[in-house]
Design a protein around this ligand. Sequence first.
Ligand code: IMP
Ligand code: MG
Length: 178
Amino acid sequence: MDIKVEDLKVLFTEKQIQAKIKEIAKELNAFYKGEDVYAICVLKGAVMFATDLVKSLDMPLKMEFIRLSSYGTAFSSTGKVNAVDISLPDLNDKNVLIIEDIIDTGLTAKFLIDFMHCNFKTKSTKFCSLLDKKVCRKTDIEPDYYGFHIDDKFVVGYGLDYEGYYRNLRYIGYVEAK
Ligand code: IMP
Ligand code: MG
């Protein structure tokens, strides 16, 4: 591990993250108006965000977990989405809320949205990402809900990792790209 915790600069504090999650939850509660929702957490990165977000959602809700990978061990996207485990129940006629940690190139988001369209006729499909790294986009995908826009920084913490480490930080930090 060649990134040291003392080299990390804080981008969003725990307090900022938790306050933002409350805001997003308020929007989602208003949108779904008590309708049933399937919340789909995209592992591993979205684990912290998804579990905190659902605690502030007030509609009847089921959680599903799928696992994708697009990052290798590098700082930049491999451009290839690998569906490690994408087994899901029947989502026809359901409200589907996909929960991600970050949209970078948008390839993962595009893969998931295409996957939903190909396999199910959902009642609604919404995409919610804590972070939106807009400048790196290679697709026309935009999240329906997002927490923060960030510029081209490699971020870690609160689910986001560097070579598997730092997911357990309560804040989101960044390191300067090499
Ligand atoms: P995309 O397919 O390029 O949009 O990348 C999405 C995935 O790459 C996210 O779900 C993250 O797991 C990972 N990722 C993108 N940017 C970062 C970052 O700055 N730090 C850690 N992981 C990242
Ligand atoms: Mg991810």
